[in-house]
Design a protein around this ligand. Structure first.
Ligand code: SF4
Length: 409
């Protein structure tokens, strides 16, 4: 099949063309698995079977003055997410430590908002210094919004390794996902990060009404920007946001998007990000054949599957955690609950805490919130979707940074 041959040419240095990228996106479901295998040959050539685990720390949640339509933290969002102002350095370091102890080799320090003030940069610089001081082997990535002159240099001087700022979608689709800023400003911040010697991390959110051509546009724009890491998010349609009713993705479509990104960025970190659990569902393991990196545990405002389950996913895929040689072995008897039904009664242990709502966690200890997977409710995918199964509404993060509950790591 042409895919396999083309993958070997990509490995040898022949870049994918736009036409070929579009051809990948238009493959039928029956060709998705051969596509995954071909993309996997690229992944295995450059990264073997290692998986880099990243860990998100949401330093400041909600209350953003911007209006990104997909975002639960946007101005006017009615999503019932955690809302809090800056974590203290101590709180941020404690949260980062949880991810590092569980095997994360990159910590992402993220704050909502248009962009940091110089004081904010100083505050985050202190956190970076603390984390790097005790864990010099762990990469720290900051994600604070639009950068002003010299702010990336300051973060780099404090020891930050990378800066994340996603392009999210193609320039031609940008006005349909946000009106409070422009695509060009996003490109500018990625460039500023590079100028400050920070490794540029920038990715996409698929499933926001973009055409296949626009998907290819943004992935090629990232190649133009020569980014080092490409996080691929799949839209989580949060109730209370303008995109609450968007359901454009299927597991096969997600795999084709990931494979296209791998073909275009053969030797870069391709990171499966938010929406992994909801959109790939039982096909999650196949994403690791394409992506060499994932986020451990929870996301910024939504809840990921239990961190133990992420580690199990990697092990079951026949892969291993980058730098995870000294991690304690997985407990085969670990309590990993399945998503509860929408009507499940609250677990007595956590009644009134706002933590999980699973009736299936009888006998759990106080550390239980990190192991629950409380998907909230269900929603039916529109009839014109190739899959007619149901998918859960995004579960709101209720634990970890900004709460008194243990993190999911
Ligand atoms: S994506 Fe960032 S800038 Fe946009 S609304 Fe959300 S937090 Fe604000």
């Amino acid at each position: 099949m042409w895919l396999w041959e083309r993958a070997q040419q990509v490995i040898a240095g022949s870049p994918l063309t736009r036409e070929e990228a579009l051809r990948i996106l238009s493959l039928p479901d029956s060709d998705t698995y051969p596509l995954v295998a071909a993309a996997g040959s690229i992944r295995r050539h450059f990264f073997g079977t290692k998986v880099r685990m990243n860990y998100l720390v949401n330093l400041k949640s909600g209350k953003c003055p911007e209006d990104c339509f997909y975002c639960s933290q946007r101005l006017g969002s009615e999503a019932e997410i955690l809302k809090y102002s800056w974590l203290s350095t101590e709180e941020a370091v404690r949260a980062a430590q949880a991810g590092i102890s569980a095997g994360a080799k990159r910590v992402c320090l993220v704050a909502s908002g248009r962009g940091p003030s110089n004081r904010d940069v100083d505050r985050v610089s202190d956190m970076v210094r603390e984390i790097k001081g005790s864990h010099p082997e762990v990469e720290v990535c900051a994600c604070l919004g639009f950068l002003k002159e010299n702010q990336s240099q300051k973060l780099a001087e404090a020891g930050a390794d990378a800066y994340n700022h996603n392009l999210n979608t193609a320039e031609s689709n940008y006005q349909d996902i946000c009106t409070s800023h422009e695509y060009s400003q996003r490109e500018e911040t990625v460039t500023r990060a590079k100028q400050g010697s920070l490794s540029p991390c920038s990715g996409i959110i698929a499933g926001m009404g973009e055409t296949p051509e626009e998907l290819v546009d943004v992935v090629f724009a990232l190649r133009e920007l020569d980014v080092d890491s490409v996080p691929v998010n799949f839209l989580l349609p949060f109730p209370g946001t303008p995109f609450a009713d968007r359901h454009e993705l299927t597991p096969h479509k997600c795999l084709r998007i990931l494979a296209m990104v791998r073909f275009v960025h053969p030797d870069r970190d391709v990171r499966i990000a938010a929406g992994r659990e909801e959109h790939l569902r039982t096909l999650q393991p196949l994403s690791l054949e394409i992506c060499n990196s994932l986020f451990l545990g929870d996301y910024l405002t939504s809840q990921g599957q239990p961190g133990e389950k992420d580690r199990q996913l990697i092990a079951d895929a026949g892969m291993s955690i980058l730098g995870g040689e000294n991690l304690p072995p997985l407990d085969p008897h670990a309590h990993v609950s399945e998503p509860p039904a929408a009507s499940a009664t609250p677990c007595g242990a956590h009644a009134g805490t706002g933590a999980g709502s699973g009736s299936g966690c009888g006998g759990c200890a106080s550390a239980c919130p990190r192991q629950e997977d409380p998907r909230q409710g269900e929603r039916i995918i529109p009839a014109d979707s190739p899959t007619s199964i149901t998918m859960p509404v995004p579960a709101i993060r209720q634990r970890g940074a900004g709460t008194a509950l243990p993190p999911n790591a």
